[in-house]
Ligand binder design. Structure first.
Ligand SMILES: Cc1cc2nc3c(=O)[nH]c(=O)nc-3n(C[C@H](O)[C@H](O)[C@H](O)COP(=O)(O)OP(=O)(O)OC[C@H]3O[C@@H](n4cnc5c(N)ncnc54)[C@H](O)[C@@H]3O)c2cc1C
Length: 407
């Protein structure tokens, strides 16, 4: 069926990718029904502030709403919040809801995002959190307001590092425990990962690398008290935040027949089946620029992919535009903005082209097989975007270096 005014498009996932997709449907002139289903009870909100301003206590819920409430009504978009889809019947074109209702669709946008990995050791203990939702963030803030001052962060990835920085700024004594010898080495390589690690140390946070959490111990009432580490050391703790990565939220689609392999596997136009597109953290799509399927867990990707997925759904499979981004993400830690453009790999060559390690602010370019692959900005927010075009144009490392030198 064509997506005309009598049709219905269902969006599963009421967060960034789902919001951008739903809005784009209207912007592109779609006049049929748009129904957005979200398992969380809250109106769509933004996650990056959860580890930054919201955790710091400087922003409340009203500052993180993605859209003011009347906007949804203005756009004629039905939001069904606090409701979870439990499956999709691809052939019958129906979404099955928990509770039994079946919602028919003519087009479907899947934007279910990702969910944090948990530590099994934490089962049954109070004071151990992951950070994905505003409810998680509120619970962590409440714990700190109730007097928790000894914070252990498990995992020195971007979210763990931001939590460490924000808790430190709130006056907590913070230890970060990282299993790798160099934090972020698998994303940024050893040299740049090492620099990110030093940032913790320079700001009074203890960073324990090459260290594993062996056990979490609570008191008689089940409150976290100690984190036992490999090597035998143990840390007193009254708050533990676990940041050991996320997994795509696709378990509910296991019986759908859609291909799932670390995400919903999509073609270059973001289709997972005829009339069904995917966007955001859950999407593993064929990036024609890279010549392989990739999945990205960052804000800008979810926002841009939501828009393209909606447009392609309206255009129809085979008539849409391939999604070929220059990926971008940022992280704010201890007042330093870390930004990355492109697809860095740990084995890439790295050249600092602006600023310097001594100044603690620089731009570094990543290169692979003679081509520029990525750019990293460390404390130079105004400078990084100048390198975007070079990545778009697939500049050689030589051209990129010349550009950086202004010649
Ligand atoms: C604390 C934090 C800080 C971050 N900071 C940054 C940053 O500084 N820079 C950056 O680039 N990125 C950052 N990110 C990542 C960025 O927020 C995510 O990439 C983005 O939220 C992904 O959007 P999404 O819409 O794909 O998925 P999500 O935001 O995960 O949303 C998916 C939604 O779908 C719902 N859902 C899932 N399954 C179902 C179902 N079956 N039925 C109904 N609803 C369902 C979920 O409940 C959820 O609300 C951060 C993330 C977190 C958690």
């Amino acid at each position: 069926m064509s997506l005309d005014q009598n049709s219905r498009i269902v969006v599963v996932g009421a967060s960034l990718a789902g919001t951008r997709a739903a809005e784009e449907l209207r912007r592109a002139g779609y006049t049929g029904d748009v129904v957005v289903i979200g398992a969380e009870a809250h109106a769509p909100y933004d996650r990056p502030p959860l580890s930054k301003q919201f955790l710091a206590g400087s922003w409340g819920r009203e500052r993180i709403e993605l859209r003011p409430a009347p906007r949804w009504t203005e756009l004629g978009i039905e939001l069904r919040l606090g409701e979870r889809a439990r499956g999709v019947d691809v052939a019958a074109r129906r979404v099955a809801m928990e509770g039994g209702e079946l919602i028919g669709f003519d087009g479907l946008v899947l934007a279910p995002g990702a969910t944090p990995r948990k530590l099994d050791l934490a089962a049954g203990l109070s004071g151990v959190f992951e950070l994905r939702t505003v409810d998680d963030a509120e619970a962590i803030v409440a714990r700190m307001e109730a007097g928790a001052t000894r914070v252990v962060v498990v995992g020195a990835g971007f979210i763990g590092s931001e939590v460490a920085a924000t808790c430190r700024a709130r006056g907590a004594e913070v230890t970060v425990v990282e299993v790798l010898d160099v934090p972020l080495a698998r994303v940024l390589g050893e040299q740049m990962g090492g620099i990110c690690g030093d940032l913790h140390r320079r700001n009074g946070v203890e960073l324990l690398v090459g260290t594993r959490v062996e056990n979490l111990e609570g008191d008689a009432s089940g409150e976290i008290r100690r984190v036992v580490l490999s090597g035998g050391r143990s840390l007193d703790a009254d708050l533990v935040v676990v940041g050991v990565g996320v997994v795509p939220e696709t378990g509910w689609l296991a019986d759908s027949g859609l291909e799932i392999s670390d995400g919903l596997v999509a073609d270059a136009e973001l289709f997972v089946a005829d009339g069904i597109v995917v966007a955001g953290d859950a999407a593993r799509w064929l990036d024609l620029g890279q010549g392989e399927h990739v999945r990205i867990e960052h804000w800008t990707n979810a926002a841009e992919q939501g828009v393209v997925a909606a447009r392609n759904l309206l255009a129809g499979r085979g008539r849409g535009e391939p999604y070929v981004p220059v990926p971008y993400f940022w992280s704010d830690q201890y007042g330093v903005k870390i930004q990355v453009l492109g697809y860095p790999r740990p084995s890439d060559d790295v050249e600092i082209v602006e600023g310097s390690l001594e100044e603690g602010r620089f731009v570094a370019l990543y290169g692979r097989a003679g081509l520029m692959s990525a750019a990293l900005g460390f404390g130079m927010p105004g400078r990084l975007m100048a390198y975007r075009k070079l990545l778009e144009e697939r500049a050689s490392m030589h051209e990129a270096m010349m550009h950086a030198r202004g010649s």
